[in-house]
Design a protein around this ligand. Sequence first.
Ligand SMILES: [Zn+2]
Length: 435
Amino acid sequence: MSCCHNYALGDGGDTAFSVDISSVTFGPGCLAEAGDHAAGLGLRRIALFTDRSLARLEHPQIVRDSLAAAGLDVAVYDEVQVEPTDTSFQAAARFAQEGAFDGFVSVGGGSVIDTCKAANLYAAHPAEFETYVNAPIGGGRPVPGPLKPHIACPTTCGTGSECTGIAIFDLLSMKAKTGIVSRHLRPSMALIDPNVCRTLPESVVAASGFDVLSHALESLTARPYSRRPAAARPGLRPLSQGANPWSDIGCREALRLTGQYLARAVADATDEEARGQLLWAATLAGIAFGNAGCHAPHGMSYSVSGLVRDFQPPGYPDDAPIIPHGMSVIVNAPSVFRFTANACPDRHLAAADLLGAESRGAGKADAGEVLAGRIVELMRETGIPNGLTGVGYGEGDIEALTEGAFPQRRLFDNAPCAIERPALAELYRDALSYW
Ligand SMILES: [Zn+2]
């Protein structure tokens, strides 16, 4: 079977792709530029979003000092919940509405940046909460117009949230993760400072590093944009538009850097080169998946993290069980890529090569195995749990995991081949353990 990613037009698929990116500033110390950039955007009264545990660290303080030095009025919101929910999003939205801010700055991981996006949205375009939430869980109504400027400052090296128009949360009534997706949600500017990586525990770098790796792999192997049915009008073209020549560029370089630096970045907090390169890979992968979209490993991850029982990895807050996002994604990945390789073996082989796999003599029929093998090798090298069993699940959980994930059509439809319910259950079964 030949690769489906030749972007040949026709058959009713889309005939164009869009490139949307935040304005990115990257380099050590750039958090201190926040004030100058905010003033340049014409902001005067700013809501600064962070979370309580971060608020004690230096990063939010550097940003706050910089905003103050530029003469800007700043109100801090530090009630962001790690793994946000509809309730925590709405609390943040009330703060944003009542404060009458003319701009937003977020300093934190994906939870903080996503919460800030949601607060900005509901302050600018008030509506019942479910209005903009992805269908079929929510109303799926398009965001009607632009939001206030948002400068996002990530403090982990993984989510890429600073470059995407996606905000993910747990809908408590359904015990399901879902999200709001719109190009209007994309932060106007990202300040990406490698100094933030110095203080990250190794388990946090491992989980977020695999999130980077999977963003790049999923975007590279996603259904080509030219095979996605064209939207009714251009303004409705989805952010998850499928693989395209633009996202391919970022994916390839992100995979090369992750293959080269992930294990080093996890092993040694003082390895500034490795952690800096991993953060750059996260940026490239974030830009790529923000324009292509992820597929099955992310779609499956929502029920893996949502149904957590008692798993608690080192390096994370110990007040509640948690399967960190990147970990809940990567435990599915080898199983998924063994399955999707047939749809586009060339890309799976190329990805394995970029990740540093030993693929000499491998043919198309080996693509899934070579790629899965390299992911598993990296998982073992960096202390990632052994598949779903390693994070507390067993054969008896497959039905519930499948049930919880199957509504994530936005993601499964973006896979290079159809994934129906029985196949999804098989993917979970094959992800139970890898070694
Ligand atoms: Zn992710």
